[in-house]
Design a protein around this ligand. Structure first.
Ligand SMILES: [Cu+2]
Length: 177
C-alpha cells in the first residue's frame, strides 16, 4: 500500500465515521413524554380523575426529553403545578411552572438535570404533592424542538462524506501519475 492510498484510506474511514456520528447520536435523546395529571385540593394528584392521591404519581423522563403535562382541575378550584427543582417549596426562575388552571392547561418543559424532584401545587402546597424523576447524565442534550438540527447534522455528515470521497479520488488519481 502506498503512502497516498494509506492516507486516502484513513481519510475515508474518518469521513464515514463523521458522517455516521450524527445518525447514531441524533434523535435518540430528544423524546417527547406526555402526561395527563388530574388534581384536587382534597385528594391530590392522579393520572386519572378517579385515582388522585397525595403524594401523587411518580412522573419520570430522561434528561433532554420534552415533557408535556396536560393538567386538569377536578374540583373546580384553581391550581398551579410547580416542578420544584431546588426543593425550596416556591417557584423560582427557571423552574417549570404552569399557569393557574381551574379547568385545564398545559405545561411543557425540557428536562435539563437528572435527579428526583418534588412537584406541588403552589396554591395548596403539601396537600398536592408528588415526585418527578429525571434519569440521565445531568448534561442536557441540545434542544431540538422541531427536529431541524438533527436534519442539519445529517446533511453536514453527508456533505463531509462526499467531500472526503472527492478528496480520496484526487489523492488516488495523483498517486497514479
Ligand atoms: Cu391546588
Amino acid at each position: 500500500m502506498t503512502k497516498a492510498s494509506k492516507a486516502a484510506l484513513v481519510l475515508l474511514v474518518a469521513g464515514l465515521a463523521l458522517g455516521a456520528l450524527p445518525l447514531a447520536a441524533g434523535p435518540a435523546r430528544a423524546a417527547s413524554v406526555s402526561y395527563d395529571l388530574f388534581g384536587s385540593a382534597a385528594s391530590g394528584w392522579g393520572l386519572t380523575s378517579t385515582s388522585e392521591t397525595n403524594p401523587g404519581p411518580v412522573l419520570s423522563a430522561n434528561v433532554g426529553d420534552t415533557v408535556t403535562i396536560t393538567l386538569h382541575s377536578t374540583d373546580g378550584f384553581p391550581h398551579q403545578l410547580l416542578i420544584d427543582l431546588n426543593g425550596n417549596g416556591v417557584a423560582d426562575s427557571g423552574e417549570p411552572l404552569s399557569a393557574q388552571f381551574a379547568s385545564t392547561t398545559t405545561l411543557t418543559f425540557t428536562v435539563t438535570q437528572a435527579g428526583t424532584f418534588h412537584y406541588l401545587c403552589t396554591i395548596h402546597g403539601s396537600a398536592m404533592t408528588g415526585s418527578f424523576t429525571a434519569q440521565g447524565t445531568g448534561t442536557p442534550a441540545p434542544s431540538n424542538p422541531s427536529g431541524s438540527s438533527t436534519s442539519t447534522l445529517i446533511i453536514v455528515g453527508v456533505v463531509l462524506a462526499i467531500a472526503v470521497v472527492a478528496g480520496v479520488s484526487i489523492v488516488v488519481l495523483r498517486s497514479r501519475n
